[in-house]
Ligand binder design. Structure first.
Ligand code: AKG
Ligand code: FE2
Length: 217
């Protein structure tokens, strides 16, 4: 898809259709140039200007063991809570996508959480699942990349592992968006040779019961 396709609001419609069709067919979608250029540039600028102390090493599950975590993932993250213009705009964009995917695929997506991620040169995230089967909460994973001029020799690819089929490799190029079913696709981030910036997010369903509110907010 060319970047110009999503440049103005009336052109977002085809993007939703493309993502919904690909999810229905394959369980994942990879869309180059999906984020409007003005939007991805604003997010990138915000990231570049952020105080690096706002980032902290990512964890895994409830795992507290720092060296174990480092052997699995080495990105630094900052949760997006809508305090900045760029962050608010991103959350609105994700909410529109949530609404459209619910309308087209009846997924019942209920909430969204996301963070900025920075992988320093050499950092990786080993093969993992974002959600475990039967624990229906993270249903759909979404990743958006914010790295202009990324080249194959820069590494840092996302590799998705479909259960039946060849691995799918994605370069983390500016504006590229990847969406996939969280319980279905193991995936990993290969080490990059440059700083690698992205947003990772998850849509969840509401699994609250009488005793437990999930998601909590
Ligand atoms: O940055 C990516 O390509 C994927 C990140 C990821 O898998 C995660 O944060 O769970
Ligand atoms: Fe992941």
């Amino acid at each position: 898809m060319s970047p110009s396709l999503t440049e103005n609001p009336q052109c977002v419609e085809p993007l939703y259709a493309i993502i919904a069709d690909a999810l229905r067919r394959d369980g994942y979608a990879v869309c180059r140039g999906a984020l409007p250029t003005t939007h991805s540039l604003a997010l990138r600028e915000h990231l570049m200007g952020m105080d690096s102390r706002l980032y902290y090493p990512a964890g895994i599950g409830r795992q507290q063991d720092h060296s174990l975590t480092r052997s699995v993932r080495q990105d630094e993250i900052c949760w997006i809570n809508g305090q900045s213009d760029a962050g608010r705009h991103w959350l609105l964009w994700a909410a529109a996508l949530q609404r459209e995917l619910n309308r087209r695929l009846l997924l019942g997506l209920f909430s969204f959480e996301s963070h900025f991620a920075h992988y320093r040169p050499g950092a990786f995230y080993r093969r993992h699942l974002d959600a475990f089967r039967g624990e229906a909460n993270r249903v759909l994973s979404l990743v958006a990349y914010l790295n202009p001029g990324w080249k194959p020799e820069d590494g840092g690819e996302l590799v998705l592992y479909p259960e039946n089929g060849e691995p799918v490799t994605v370069l983390p190029e500016m504006g590229t968006l990847v969406v996939f079913l969280s319980e279905e696709f193991a995936h990993e981030v290969l080490p990059a040779r440059r700083d690698r910036y992205s947003i990772a997010g998850w849509f969840r369903v509401n699994t609250s019961t009488g005793e437990r509110v999930d998601p909590p907010a």
